[in-house]
Design a protein around this ligand. Structure first.
Ligand code: 5AD
Ligand code: SF4
Length: 479
């Protein structure tokens, strides 16, 4: 869970006004939710300044995720904790937004009668009105419709947090794929692509504020513009975005293998600022399971894409999502997932135990896999991936590469967190003032999920002169 904290970019130009209310936003889930929370902060910034603690807030918003049951339960336990605050401060307004809100609707008021507002992802733009209603009538206010046009009624983009280094830009909302395990099409609605001009002007705006890296966001970015003659294809959009002056790095997520075209793959070879990393969720290595998941590609289709990507861009980093214990997954199916991991050699995976979700077809499938089998399979894939990931990271030892410095490492003073174009996190010693800079580092040591490096001698002597930085000693616990 992340709290959006006070940012200089969303305060009023004259600084904080004492007449403003205080807003606390807790965010669960994916990058789409993080983006939505930034939009909430932005559209309420005229009347509210951000509080860093829920205790200080006049309005608390919990932006929720329902992708797996565990994520949903975390939401309930956090919202439950706010009940006490409401008892102490009856004027406090509590809103629940996001996917759990859309999924549960009015029933959330029964579960948690102290909640004032429930609104789905499509309700973000209406938040000022919803708050006004709640303040006036003190009745529960609900906005969970999803059949409205996607328009962005506020021209200002969600602004970057304190260090304007990276920003997300939404290019589409919703999903039409109906993978049989997934709640997203039900809670975020059908696919709607955002006009290209709006995307480009948002990118220009955040670059003016100093952002170096943009990630284009959508549930299935590869189907951007599909079925709409007035919009470019995703590959064309990528090219247009990459040409925006001042954009150092471009990324996108998430992709669906069935919609990944050769034109998009070629962009990794041809666009100098498109970073060499692709997150391509495979979900399973078994064609039969993929069919039951309604993924509409086979194991071989997926492997062909990987081969083609590596041919076009040999240095590309690949990461994936996968689900173990999908209904009907046999031991043989599971071994197909294991062998796919061995064959592809991902740098990182996000693996989940299958979790039955409301509305979804798979929740009604017979042959659900017992919990202990799911747990064993999850442990097995994670153990294998740890070995593979470490080997992949070790292959970078001794290499010099460009990183973008994202900011100080909160747990280790004097250290910075930086990111390679391939999306590896690199810890380097150095001063805060390097935040937002692209620098060259030499990788010294690989850990399980990160690298340790130091500024290359040229950059280092430059930095030593400028900032007086010291040499680095690896303090991580990993081999
Ligand atoms: N159970 C487990 N994992 C799921 N995901 C989506 N729905 C479920 C579910 N019902 C995973 C998929 C997806 C990622 C965001 O979450 O792997 O790619
Ligand atoms: Fe869910 Fe499938 Fe859509 Fe991804 S593509 S959001 S997994 S339905």
């Amino acid at each position: 869970m992340k709290a959006i904290t006070a940012s200089p970019y969303i305060e009023s130009p004259r600084g904080l006004s004492s007449s403003k209310g205080r807003l606390y936003i807790a965010t669960f889930g994916c990058q789409m939710n993080e983006y939505d929370s930034q939009q909430m902060a932005q559209i309420l910034s005229r009347d509210y300044q951000l509080a860093t603690r829920p205790e200080d807030a006049d309005v608390i918003i919990v932006n929720t995720c329902s992708i797996r049951e565990k994520a949903e339960n975390k939401v309930y336990s956090l919202v439950g904790r706010f009940r006490r605050l409401k008892e102490e401060k009856p004027d406090l307004i509590i809103g629940i937004g996001g996917c759990v809100a859309q999924q549960q609707g009015k029933s959330l008021f029964q579960k948690a009668p102290y909640v004032d507002i429930v609104f789905g992802p499509q309700g973000v733009a209406h938040l000022p009105n919803l708050l006004r209603e709640a303040k006036k009538g003190r009745k529960p206010v609900c906005f969970t419709s999803q059949d409205r046009d996607y328009n962005i009624p506020f021209v200002n983009a969600p602004l970057p947090e304190k260090n304007p280094t990276r920003a997300f830009v939404t290019i589409m909302q919703g999903c039409n794929n109906f993978c049989t395990y997934c709640v997203v099409p039900y809670v975020r609605g059908r696919e709607v692509s955002r006009p290209a001009e709006d995307i480009l002007s948002e990118i220009r705006m955040v670059i003016q504020q100093g952002v170096k890296e943009i990630t284009l966001l959508g549930q299935n970015v590869n189907s951007y513009g599909k079925g709409t003659s007035s919009l470019p294809s995703f590959a064309e959009l990528l090219k247009d975005c990459s040409r925006v002056p001042g954009l150092e790095r471009l990324r996108f997520t998430t992709s669906h293998p069935k919609d990944l075209t050769r034109d998009v793959m070629k962009c990794f070879r041809d666009l100098p600022n498109l970073c060499e990393h692709l997150h391509l969720p495979v979900q399973s290595g078994s064609t039969s399971v993929l069919k039951h998941m309604n993924r509409r590609y086979t194991r071989d289709d997926y492997l062909r894409l990987i081969d083609e990507l590596r041919m076009l861009c040999p240095e590309i980093t690949l990461t994936t999502d996968l689900i173990v214990g999908f209904p009907g997954e046999t031991e043989k199916d599971f071994q197909q997932t294991i062998s796919l991991l061995e064959r592809v050699q991902f740098d990182q995976i996000f693996a989940f135990k299958y979790s039955p979700r409301p509305f979804t077809r798979a929740a009604g499938f017979s042959s659900q896999v017992p919990e202990d089998v799911k747990s064993r399979r999850l442990t097995e894939v994670l153990a294998l991936q740890n070995e593979i990931g470490l080997r992949r990271y070790q292959s970078l030892e001794g290499k010099t590469m460009e990183v973008l410095v994202e900011g100080p490492n909160k747990t280790r003073p004097d250290e910075l967190i930086a990111r390679t174009r391939g999306n590896h996190v690199v810890n380097i010693p150095g001063p805060d003032s390097l935040t937002g800079h692209l620098v060259q580092v030499t990788v010294e040591k690989a850990c399980y999920h990160s690298l340790r490096g130091k500024l290359t001698s040229e950059d280092e002597s430059d930095m030593r002169e400028k900032y007086g930085i010291d040499s680095n000693v690896c303090t991580c616990d990993n081999p």
